[in-house]
Design a protein around this ligand. Sequence first.
Ligand code: TXA
Ligand code: MG
Length: 320
Amino acid sequence: MTPVVITADDAGLDLAAERLRAGELVAFPTETVYGLGADATDDKAVAAIFAAKGRPHFNPLIVHVPDLAAARRLGRFTPLAEKLAAAFWPGALSIVVPRAEDCPLSLLVSAGLDSVAIRVPAHPLAHEVLVRTGRPVAAPSANPSGAVSATTAGHVAHSFADLPGDLRMTILDGGACAVGLESAVVDACGKTATLLRAGGIADEDIEAVTGNLLVADNDDTAPKSPGMLSRHYAPTTPLRLGADGARPGEALLGFGAAPEGTRWNLSPTGDLREAAANLFAMLRALDAEGHAGIAVMAVPERGLGRAMNDRLRRAATPAE
Ligand code: TXA
Ligand code: MG
């Protein structure tokens, strides 16, 4: 089946909430990327997310709630988690906490772990969907597992044009996502914060709040954040990183001052926020043009640039 795209007006928001409550898949915008949502308390609904994405079952999902009070009903908020929530919610941070004793969430969202990743998104439409649904909503990025995340409703529709089996999907069109990179994921189960995935809030900003910030080394054999597989976020066209220019057959994805005639530039002025917001959309556009390769100019390893480089490195890892 093909997904149905609906406008995010009052009626559309009601329909999205109604379908979520009925156990259906609803993709909706957040400030980071589009999420592929389902009722996080409903095993069958959560299983449908894994089926639609082709996502490995060992990879847990982020649960979205409208506010901190709702989050505290799902997870045990350690002092560290409270501090992070106070500083960054609503926003582009997912906080991993131990599941609450009477946690109503499907066990599938945690993929066998005794923790859960929770986020309060800042996007007003996401907030409205969550309030109207009245239940926690599990939502990974709305893309097939391993592919480039979606920052527009069109990307989502394109990615899931051919839904497996009898799956139904509704896409709430709320325009383009402002941040463009997935949330940062921080483990706050204990006393020390561990960055599991760099993302839409810069490491430096998180560290300013937590004091100390360990960085998980995500290898494929024992990933702490199981989503951090070495090949991920990948277009089908091979990527070459740190390029100064395009070689024959390649298209150049610029950053900052690029060679004359460069059609795609993440940010001509070298602005990392602008570049992050453009990254996935430009990778998708270049992928669709069907070049032999995509050459990407160097992005500085600071602020959001670190999260961008993380995505680019994974995207550049050759398929097995
Ligand atoms: O911005 C975002 O985070 C978007 C929007 C929709 O909220 N969601 C997103 O979800 O990117 P997803 O599923 O593509 O990535 C979730 C990441 C994965 O790397 C997963 O392994 C990790 O969070 N994660 C989820 N639950 C976890 C847990 N309990 N412990 C450790 N890592 C967890
Ligand atoms: Mg993802």
